[in-house]
Ligand binder design. Structure first.
Ligand code: MN
Length: 498
């Protein structure tokens, strides 16, 4: 995904009081900052300079234009001078795009020897931005506030995180996710209110009978299968039994056909992600393994067992992480290692882990699957690299959605795991295994997550603010007693907020 196609608008607030000369300086300074942000390597989107707004009408029309512009994913607002904030009420009331309040100043330093009242009147953001902050707080508007000089690399990093979150949010608006079959029977956490999700998140989720998918798979030509099998052979270390002329080569061809059919279905319906379930594969030969893995790598969201919330989250996080080293994958907390002093979580799934998080060789293998009653599925098997990562999960609490994030430290596998037939990751949850897992369970976090190597809690915090939902963070500073209280207080807060 090319985030440079997306725009954030740099909007500077002022008023007519200062006279033409000052306003020209304001505009020139704003243009300089907007251009610097646009050209900054850290900022993945276009930054577009907008004319200074000086009246309620100009502010309102800028917000209308931002709402209606399909490339505009958010606004960066800055008050170089004082911009009386009642002027902003009308515009902010109707603004539907995320807002970042950049609390900066054109001059980094006070010019100690030259400073006079003209300088002071021009460089007023120290108090002009306070006036703007008041009205947004008074209106209870969610926004990100970034304080710092506009050339400070830390300032750019904060804007970068917000812009990436805004790109993910933008991608969700009007997005379509398809479910093949329903939820895994009796499972609770993968359920949820799809109507509320569409109201809150802007994406829709609809189910198609697996028979519709089977028909699309059936229409795939042998030639297309030949080409994809060749691609498998070139890209992966193919298991002996899957090779041409070997007993299970037909299974590899079937897996390729499933991938091509799924891809065609997603393209025809303009879907950004999907779910499937091993309980509803009527007419399918295998559960999609390598197909789901490779479609995730191509940018589609995926959730197993009908988990549409995780599928949508995987898609959003892949959008947010576009262009960054490392990947994002559907994940499940699978098995624990409780060795004293070296507690670990082994993350995996039955099959569907995205190769964007692979480290080292990827082998293409076939093994039986204990559930579902279908033919042995083909899958990609690999390890994942050590390093900082996060797990994120969206759950439906009945009265609200909660986004739960756990910062983790992935570790390289110390053992070869020769009999484990799935892709896997090992990590240590922060702040420690016991606190991290207890906090996750108290918060009701799902067993399914999106595992990310290239996003941080900051991206997801900004994202949750854009969505107006709760974010519960389990990180280095989490202490269980405080965390439990936070969950209790949030329960009250989100009731009152309604
Ligand atoms: Mn699962």
């Amino acid at each position: 995904m090319d985030l440079k196609k997306l725009e954030v608008w740099f909007v500077t607030g002022s008023q007519h009081l200062y006279g033409e000369e000052t306003l020209q300086q304001v505009a020139a300074h704003s243009q300089t900052i907007a251009k610097a942000l646009d050209q900054a390597k850290q900022i993945p989107v276009k930054v577009v300079f907008r004319p200074t707004v000086k009246s309620p009408e100009e502010i309102y029309h800028t917000c209308v234009e931002a709402n209606n512009n399909s490339n505009c994913i958010g606004i960066i607002a800055w008050m170089h001078t004082f911009s009386p904030a009642k002027m902003w009420i009308g515009g902010l009331r109707i603004l539907q795009k995320p807002l970042l309040h950049l609390h900066t100043q054109f001059n980094r330093d006070i010019p100690w020897n030259e400073i006079d009242m003209d300088f002071m009147n021009l460089n007023q953001s120290a108090h002009g931005d306070r006036e703007f902050g008041f009205i947004m707080s008074r209106m209870r508007l969610e926004r990100k506030v970034v304080t710092g000089h506009w050339q400070d690399p830390d300032t750019l990093d904060r804007i970068n995180a917000w812009a990436r979150a805004a790109a993910g949010w933008h991608d969700w608006q009007g997005a379509k996710f398809v479910r093949f079959g329903d939820n895994m029977r009796q499972v609770a956490v993968t359920e949820g209110d799809k109507v509320e999700a569409e109201l809150k998140f802007g994406y829709s989720v609809n189910t198609y009978g697996v028979g519709d998918l089977v028909a699309t798979i059936g229409a795939i030509t042998d030639k297309a299968v030949d080409d994809l099998v060749k691609e498998y052979e070139d890209q992966y270390k193919l298991a002996e039994s899957l090779r041409k002329g070997k007993p299970q080569h037909a299974s590899l061809r079937e897996a390729a056909k499933i991938e091509l059919g799924l891809k065609a279905f997603l393209e025809q319906g303009n879907f950004k992600g999907f779910t499937d379930t091993f309980e509803d594969l009527h007419g399918m030969v295998q559960l999609p393994g390598i197909a789901s893995q490779r479609l995730m790598a191509a940018g589609y969201g995926f959730g197993g067992e009908g988990d549409w919330k995780t599928s949508a989250l995987v898609r959003a996080m892949k959008t947010m992480g576009s262009g960054l080293p490392g990947g994002n994958s559907f994940m499940e907390d699978y098995t624990y290692h409780f060795e004293p002093g070296n507690n670990l979580v082994l993350g995996a799934h039955m099959l569907e882990i995205c190769e964007s998080i692979a480290d080292g060789p990827i082998s293409c293998e076939i093994h039986p699957l204990g559930i579902g009653g279908k033919a042995d599925p083909v899958r990609l098997v690999f390890n994942s690299a050590a390093g900082p990562a996060i797990n994120a999960s969206i759950i439906d609490m009945g009265n609200r959605f909660r986004l739960l994030v756990n910062e983790v430290q992935a570790v390289a596998p110390a053992h070869p795991l020769p009999k484990l037939p799935v892709a896997r990751v090992l990590w240590k949850p922060y702040p420690d295994m016991k606190t991290g897992c207890s906090a996750w369970i108290l918060a009701g976090g799902a067993h399914h997550t999106c595992y990310s190597q290239n996003l941080t809690a900051e991206h997801l915090r900004d994202f949750a603010d854009m969505a107006g939902i709760e974010l519960a963070l389990i990180g280095k500073d989490t202490e269980l007693y405080r965390f439990r209280n936070e969950l209790r207080w949030n329960e009250a807060y989100y009731q009152l907020k309604k």
